[in-house]
Design a protein around this ligand. Structure first.
Ligand SMILES: Cc1cc2nc3c(=O)[nH]c(=O)nc-3n(C[C@H](O)[C@H](O)[C@H](O)COP(=O)(O)OP(=O)(O)OC[C@H]3O[C@@H](n4cnc5c(N)ncnc54)[C@H](O)[C@@H]3O)c2cc1C
Length: 454
């Protein structure tokens, strides 16, 4: 899902309703000076929201903890779970600004992909010599998350039967074949599908080829959040929701103001984990010079009838995405999965960085929905005009550096972070990077830390 970033200066209307305004000035250089959550957090109105877990109570007193994790998405849930699991005596808590899964983890396009963004998209990235190693680790991780999530008794609906890059632009065939050859030489199970096979598997008549990776697939993101929340809580992690952290003051013990409605509580933490992904630069002032929170959208259709489904020719619900621009004016790839009740979940087409201070989507979701409906008709002419049931927006953390960001920082080396997965593989990678944070915390080795730690 690599994307071309389009910087826009859309200041369409002021969407902000100033519900609460609490002055929250702190000593930290990274603190925001004012608290106005309606400017940063919208409700998760996605199709997946119905599968999210019940919401926990907010923080209601000052507390002292060993580890405070900021953000309740896949990264935060994973970091908290792994740290607590390996250090059962520690008090590990998560503070989530809205509800767990309110961010990208509960709104995404549901593709589960191997590799990291900086190594993915069927190209050899910056870490060529590690390409196969990163592939193997991310593939093992997707199987591990599936097993861990299922162990909670909540089935997150993983279908790991592979994923595809569908090629429409003949100019992309040669480089794709070269990639597949290079990957095969490294021992990776990637295949190139000629036009006939691509069409027979994915159904879309305009395809001229495809690159197939048997590792990958789809999941129900809302159910995955539910399972991971249960996993973390069963391990002893305490999760406070509707409890935004508004800055932090460094020290041997870090002080965090948590603002709940019109009350402000103080949390003292020996260490913190910043797992607020796209929100981190604007709500915590963290990595402001690198992280660009960027908007991208997803739609879900009504369930296909059996006849509609047969006509698409799309086999085995294989998750796939297109080669970015071919035949459209889109500036980013479209990606799609089919749910078990045969809805198409399709997203992409554009990724917009909005330099406005807030994080609410300033664009027109109706227009996006029209573009997506049009694209479905191009991909599957038999589905022209199919009804879209819902379209929603979410934000991803694009980094100017184009790298994932993970490490330890702060004068006292007690601020851990993992974020910035760009538009790519976050559904799989975020959980893995949460695990890597726990390795950093425990001073343990992991091959990916050699590659990614700053
Ligand atoms: C529309 C969309 C489609 C996508 N499609 C795919 C896909 O198909 N496949 C794929 O691999 N990846 C996809 N992604 C990316 C993937 O979903 C993300 O990379 C991944 O979910 C990131 O997880 P996270 O936990 O790091 O961040 P998030 O899920 O964004 O979690 C961060 C959390 O921090 C909370 N928070 C923020 N600030 C604070 C604060 N100050 N105090 C307390 N809490 C705070 C937020 O409310 C949020 O819940 C998509 C993303 C979007 C938005």
């Amino acid at each position: 899902m690599k994307s071309t970033k389009k910087t826009t200066y859309l200041l369409i209307g002021i969407l902000l309703v100033s519900v609460i305004f609490v002055s929250c000035k702190s000593q930290s250089e990274t603190s925001k000076q004012t608290y106005n959550p309606s400017k940063y957090y919208d409700e998760n109105d996605s199709y997946w929201a119905q599968f999210l877990p019940n919401v926990n109570p907010s923080l209601d007193k000052d507390i002292e903890v060993d580890v405070a994790v900021i953000g309740g998405g896949y990264t935060g849930l994973s970091a908290a779970y792994h740290i607590k699991k390996s250090n059962p005596s520690l008090k590990v808590v998560i503070f989530e600004a809205k509800r767990v899964g309110n961010g990208a983890s509960g709104r995404n396009g549901a593709l589960v992909l191997a590799q990291t963004y900086s190594e993915g998209g069927f190209v050899m990235g910056d870490h060529k010599k590690y390409h196969k190693e990163i592939y193997d680790i991310t593939v093992a991780s997707m199987k591990r998350v599936k097993a861990l999530a299922e162990s909670t008794g909540i089935d997150p609906g993983y279908v790991l039967n592979g994923q595809c890059l569908g090629i429409f632009n003949p100019d992309n065939i040669e480089s794709s074949k070269e990639y597949v050859e290079a990957a095969k030489e490294l021992g990776m199970p990637i295949e190139f599908w000629e036009k006939e096979k691509a069409i027979s598997m994915l159904g879309s008549p305009g395809l001229v080829g495809a690159v197939y990776d048997p590792n990958g697939g789809t999941v129900n993101p809302g159910k995955l959040v539910s399972a991971l929340k249960k996993l973390a809580e069963d391990a002893g992690v305490v999760i406070y929701e509707n409890s935004p952290v508004w800055g932090y003051t460094e020290g041997e013990t870090i002080t965090l103001p948590v603002v709940v409605k019109d009350a402000k509580y103080q949390v003292k933490a020996k260490s913190i984990v910043i797992a607020a992904n796209a929100y981190a630069s604007k709500t915590l002032g963290f990595l402001e010079d690198d992280i660009e929170p960027s908007h991208t959208q997803v739609s879900v259709t009504v369930p296909l009838t059996n006849e509609q489904y047969q006509k698409t020719g799309w086999k085995n619900q294989i998750a796939w995405y297109d080669d970015q621009y071919a035949g459209t004016d889109a500036d980013a790839t479209f990606h799609m999965v089919m749910t078990s009740d045969r809805r198409i979940v399709i997203g992409g087409g554009s990724v917009e960085y909005n330099e406005d201070e807030g994080l609410l989507y300033p664009g027109d979701l109706k227009k996006i929905e029209e573009q997506i409906t049009h694209r479905i008709g191009e991909l599957y002419p038999s589905l022209k005009g199919i009804k879209i049931e819902k379209t929603w927006d979410g934000i991803i953390a694009e980094t100017k550096s184009k790298n994932e960001r993970i490490g330890i920082t702060g004068k006292n080396k007690n601020i851990y972070y993992a974020l910035g997965y760009n538009g790519g593989q976050g559904v799989n990678v975020a959980f893995l990077f949460g695990e890597l944070v726990s390795k950093l915390y425990n001073g343990e080795h992991h091959p990916l830390l050699d590659i990614y730690t700053e």
